[in-house]
Design a protein around this ligand. Structure first.
Ligand SMILES: NC(=O)c1ccc[n+]([C@@H]2O[C@H](COP(=O)([O-])OP(=O)(O)OC[C@H]3O[C@@H](n4cnc5c(N)ncnc54)[C@H](OP(=O)(O)O)[C@@H]3O)[C@@H](O)[C@H]2O)c1
Length: 223
C-alpha cells in the first residue's frame, strides 16, 4: 500500500515542490492551503484540502471531516509566513500573524491530526536556521526568528512525548527562491525543487528523533 504524506502549505514554494516530488515517488499526497485548491497538480494520488491554520474551526474541519478516512505516515508542517523578514523592529500586527501561523496554528493542527498518524510516523516541522538561538548573530526579523525557535521547542517536546511512536524533527530547507519575502525571489540560492529533493532525502532516511537538521548540508544544526 502506498504511504501517505500530509503537507501543509502545498499551494506554492517548497510545499508545492515537495508535493510533486512525493507523488513522483509513489506516495499519496494530501496538500493543504487556504483556498483548498492546488491547480498546478493534477494527479490521482493527490488530494487538496482547505486549511487556514490561524482558524481553529478550519483546523477542526480539516481533521474531523477531510482527514477522517486517512492514515498518515508523514506529516510535514511546512505552512509558514515571514512577514517581518529583513525588518529591524517588531511590529504588533505582523508579530501576531507570524506567531498565529508559524507557532499556534502549526501546534494545534499537529495536535488535531496526531490520532490520524500511522504507527512509526514521521513529523517534520519546516523551521529555519534563523530559529537557531545558538547561531543567531543578527538583530533583524524578530517575530520570524522567535517563531521558528518556538517551533523548534515544540519539535523537542513532541519528540519526548511520542518517543517510540513517532519520529519528530525540525529542518532548515536552505535559502529558497519563493515568495515568502521579495528578496528571496532574486537572491536565494536554491530552487524549490532542489530544496524539496534535499528535504526528501532527509525525510526518507532513518533519522534520529528530536533533532534540528540542515537539509542543504545534511548535518545537524545547533538549537
Ligand atoms: N524560502 C526560504 O528561503 C525558507 C527558508 C527557511 C525556512 N523556510 C520555511 O519554509 C516554509 C515554506 O516557505 P516557502 O518559502 O515555500 O513560502 P511560500 O512560497 O510563501 O509558501 C508558504 C505556504 O504556506 C501557506 N500558508 C500561509 N499562511 C497560511 C495559513 N494561515 N494557513 C495555512 N497555510 C498557510 C501558503 O498557502 P496559501 O497562502 O495558499 O494558503 C503557502 O502554501 C515556511 O515554513 C518557511 O518559514 C523558507
Amino acid at each position: 500500500m502506498k504511504k501517505c504524506v500530509l503537507i501543509t502549505g502545498a499551494s506554492k514554494g517548497i510545499g508545492l515542490a515537495l508535493s510533486k516530488l512525493f507523488l513522483e515517488n509513489n506516495y499519496k499526497v494530501i496538500g493543504t492551503c487556504r483556498s483548498g485548491r492546488v491547480d498546478q497538480i493534477s494527479h490521482p494520488d493527490f488530494t487538496a484540502i482547505e486549511l487556514d491554520v490561524t482558524c481553529f474551526e478550519s483546523i477542526e474541519r480539516a481533521a474531523t471531516v477531510h482527514l477522517k478516512e486517512h492514515k498518515i505516515d508523514i506529516l510535514i508542517n511546512n505552512a509558514g509566513v515571514g512577514l517581518d523578514l529583513n525588518t529591524r523592529k517588531p511590529e504588533k500586527e505582523s508579530f501576531k500573524q507570524t506567531f498565529d501561523v508559524n507557532v499556534t496554528g502549526t501546534v494545534f493542527f499537529t495536535e488535531a491530526v496526531i490520532d490520524s498518524l500511522n504507527k512509526q510516523a514521521k513529523i517534520v516541522n519546516v523551521s529555519s536556521h534563523m530559529g537557531s538561538v545558538d547561531g543567531c548573530k543578527s538583530s533583524d526579523s524578530v517575530a520570524y526568528r522567535m517563531s521558528k525557535s518556538a517551533l523548534n521547542m515544540y519539535t523537542k517536546i513532541l519528540s519526548n512525548r511520542l518517543k517510540g511512536k513517532a519520529t519528530v524533527a525540525s529542518i532548515h530547507p536552505g535559502w529558497v527562491r519563493t515568495t515568502i519575502t521579495e528578496g528571496n525571489v532574486a537572491m536565494a540560492s536554491l530552487s524549490p525543487e532542489t530544496s524539496a529533493r534535499n528535504i526528501y532525502e532527509f525525510i526518507t532516511s532513518e533519522f534520529e528523533t528530536g533533532i534540528f537538521w540542515n537539509t542543504t548540508t545534511q548535518s545537524r544544526l545547533n538549537w
